[in-house]
Design a protein around this ligand. Sequence first.
Ligand SMILES: [Zn+2]
Length: 128
Amino acid sequence: MHEASASEALVKMVSEEARARGETDGSPYRVARIRLVVGEATGYMRESLEFYVGASAKGTPAEGAVLDIRYVKPLLRCPSCGLEYERRRFTFECPSCGAQGSMIKAGSEFYVDSIELEPARAKEGAVV
Ligand SMILES: [Zn+2]
């Protein structure tokens, strides 16, 4: 998936969350913060995610939300000593004993860890 469609899906999901909360509460909510987990293997760049999320969020409850992106690296486990470690560039070698580790996390994660909602304030100039 490309950043653009991934970001669009993301905005749609968190906006629905804000709308549902607003309906429960009887007053509108907006998305204040989105905490996102992104695997490094996706190749998604922070700048493009911020750009696409910002663009998709225009006119939705997620407009102006702060994007917290946490990047996760591929994770390996050593079959010999059991150590779990982040993959270094060009090698699967265990940093402790030198055995070849196997991948237990691919680093292709892309999901919302959590979001923060807040009551939407009336836009300036709007009649309340
Ligand atoms: Zn080891």
